[in-house]
Design a protein. Structure first.
Length: 654
């Protein structure tokens, strides 16, 4: 009964989606498996494949497997006038619309399935499912072995044997007009019964997928065989969103002459002298004669605006200090003076969670907030991404299911640990619309910009809900300049909201309101001191939420609540002021047995700390001086106090 029901559902699904089916599969080919392909057919010509994905499942030798091993996203492709399109290895003729690496498609027992969805919905080892299924074919190159487990999942009773004529390497599995399959000589790119229009295929290529204003775009169309009869004129458009006809010059058509196979049109991208942000043009060919078929269309090219602005401070990876001052009102932190322990923590909460002052905004607003708060100081059209520590265009915000090359919103105190719910999960409504919020309004944590950062979509997925320090330390090779930012964001959350805590160790995800590792976070707070980038975002978020992250303004507050100074009274005069690079230099760095200091003529103090926060060395000096060192190899923090200026720099001892 289950198989009958699935068969009915599958039939209805295919009918509802234009009867798009798997038309031909050649999985077992000669030599190095370099002529494999899969062909689709639609009941109507020029059928859009937007929103479809082709997924390959491994049935294993014994037929017990159900996991995916490859997926092909079909967005932007269309079937031809015969309703045909195929995807395969580079040596397949005619050239496939999408190239699949040689020896990728397995011989079986396996299955290939067509779904509505995205390739990112089917990462390697995804378990087979009928959700979103459009069509599926089980196949093998053996009469005695079939993918039983996959056939059970998909409700299939037939597995097609490509080797039924004992010539699998030279045959393919082809769908007949009655919906059954037969094995015969491959016919990629054409109807299996030999009918239909004989086509010449066209491919569209560009000289670059990313250009700057003022550069040229070369658009090339190439046919699979020489043009006959008359010249082929191909018209195309470039407009897309904010990219209009005023953004370029050049003729939007190209002619491939009789006897030729290729032609190129050069388009000049204009620099209008105005910063409109990065844009994307879309090359869309139209009016193609019926005996031609486009392998690809709607090609996107990124146009970076050349008129971006630059902010007067560095990125977190190349930080500056002292160029951005706190905009905290006079007396904002005065109530903290002389307090210690629980009283100090509560006094901070009374400031940053005051329901008569603080504003809570929607989760939709966060996108706009981050576009300013996390702006790349070196390019106003980009954001600076946490963890991967790289810029990304603002227009690359994830709006669909694909996270590749996109940025989205990262909850540093992750949602599953904070349990914020969906009260604030509503569309953007602007800075003028807000709700009063207090320390027990845990839902506001969903959209609290002080712990939300722009992040690469894939790295967001990699971090998931992992704790920091003992579990997650960022992508390999990144400098880690985000670590202090993360620690101060978590300290803020643990004070702002009742029920949220930072704890030692690696608490399981199921323990709500706990995130770690506190010891690592306290160390990171010293290792990566608050810089201009953080202060700038603190100032901007204050204009929306009317509260600040006090651990950015005064990083040492964390030591008085959770660290070595717990229980001691806190005074602003004892806190580290805003850092300043001034002209002070410490060299060589890395150092060995001595350190040279220059750039200050006042009486000054050098202190060297371990990353744990322990003070290891202190000395007073005036003017340029040489300080002998006796430290083990490793990384330290060197703090110089000169008058009212305090400078903290990383020091490496070899």
């Amino acid at each position: 009964m289950k198989k009958i029901l699935w068969t009915v559902l599958l039939f209805c699904s295919i009918w509802a989606h234009g009867q798009l089916v798997i038309n031909e599969v050649d999985a077992d080919t000669p030599s190095a498996d370099e002529k494999e392909f899969v062909e689709l057919k639609s009941a109507t010509p020029n059928f859009s494949l937007d929103g479809y994905v082709l997924v390959f499942f491994n049935g294993t030798t014994a037929g017990t497997g159900t996991s995916s091993y490859y997926a092909v996203d079909l967005d932007s492709y269309i079937t031809d006038i015969n309703g045909i399109i195929h995807f395969g290895n580079p040596l397949v003729s005619p050239t496939p619309a999408i190239l699949i690496p040689n020896a990728t498609i397995q011989n079986g027992p396996d299955a290939v399935a067509l779904y509505q969805g995205n390739a990112l919905d089917f990462p390697t080892n995804t378990t087979a499912t009928i959700v979103g299924l459009i069509d599926v074919l089980a196949y093998s190159n053996s009469a005695t072995i079939q993918p039983d487990a996959l056939m059970s999942v998909f409700g299939l009773t037939v597995c097609v044997n490509e080797n039924e004529t004992s010539a699998a390497a030279t045959k393919s599995i082809q769908r007949k007009n009655d919906g059954t399959y037969e094995v015969k000589t491959p016919t990629p790119g054409m109807n299996n019964d030999g009918t239909g229009v004989l086509l010449t295929y066209l491919s569209l290529t560009v000289n670059a997928v990313t250009l700057n204003e003022g550069q040229t775009l070369d658009i090339t169309f190439t046919s699979t065989q020489p043009i006959v009869g008359s010249d082929l004129i191909i018209n195309f458009g470039l407009t897309n969103g904010n990219f209009t006809n005023s953004d370029f010059t050049g003729t939007t058509n190209v002619t491939i002459p009789i006897g030729a196979t290729t032609a190129t049109r050069t388009i000049q991208i204009l620099n209008d002298g105005t910063n409109e942000g990065d844009e994307e043009l879309k090359i869309t060919a139209s009016g193609i004669p019926t005996n031609y078929s486009l392998y690809n269309n709607n090609v996107i090219v990124r146009i970076n605006d050349s008129n971006f602005t630059v902010l007067p401070f560095g990125t977190p990876a190349n930080p500056t200090y002292g160029n951005v001052s706190s905009t905290a009102p006079v007396g904002y932190y005065s109530s903290l003076e002389g307090l210690a322990g629980t009283a100090l923590k509560l006094a901070i909460q009374n400031i940053i969670a005051n329901p008569s002052v603080v504003h809570a905004h929607s989760y939709g607003d966060i996108v706009e907030i981050l576009k300013t708060a996390d702006q790349n100081p070196g390019n106003s059209n980009q954001l600076w991404l946490i963890y991967t520590e790289q810029p990304r265009s603002k227009i690359d915000y994830q709006t669909g299911s694909s996270i590749v090359g996109k940025w989205n919103r990262e909850h540093i105190y992750c949602q599953s640990r904070g349990n914020y719910g969906d009260l604030y999960n509503v569309s953007a409504d602007g800075i003028g619309v807000w709700s009063a919020t207090g320390p027990n309004d845990i839902g506001a944590g969903l959209s609290d910009a002080h712990h939300l950062r722009a992040v690469d979509g894939q790295e967001n997925s990699s971090r998931n809900n992992r704790n920091y320090g003992l579990d997650y330390n960022g992508p390999s090779g990144a400098p880690g300049s985000w670590k202090g930012d993360v620690s101060r964001a978590l300290f803020y959350m643990a004070v702002r909201y009742n029920g949220l805590n930072v704890v030692n160790g690696n608490p399981t995800d199921g323990t709500l309101g706990q995130i770690g590792d506190l010891t690592s976070l306290l160390s990171w707070n010293h290792l990566d001191p608050s810089d201009d980038f953080e202060m700038n975002r603190n100032n901007y978020i204050y204009t929306w939420q009317v509260n600040r992250n006090p651990f950015i303004d005064y990083p040492n507050l964390a030591d008085y609540i959770w660290g070595d100074n717990t229980g001691q009274p806190w005074f602003a005069a004892l806190a580290t002021p805003t850092f300043s690079e001034s002209k002070v230099r410490l060299y060589p760095n890395p150092a060995k047995d001595f350190l040279q200091i220059s750039g200050t003529n006042e009486a000054s103090v050098l202190e060297i700390y371990a990353l744990s926060g322990a003070k290891l060395f202190t000395t007073s000096f005036t003017g340029d001086t040489k300080v002998n060192l006796s430290l083990a190899s490793g990384m330290y923090l060197a703090k110089i106090t000169s008058g009212s200026n305090v400078i903290v720099q990383k020091l490496i001892v070899e």
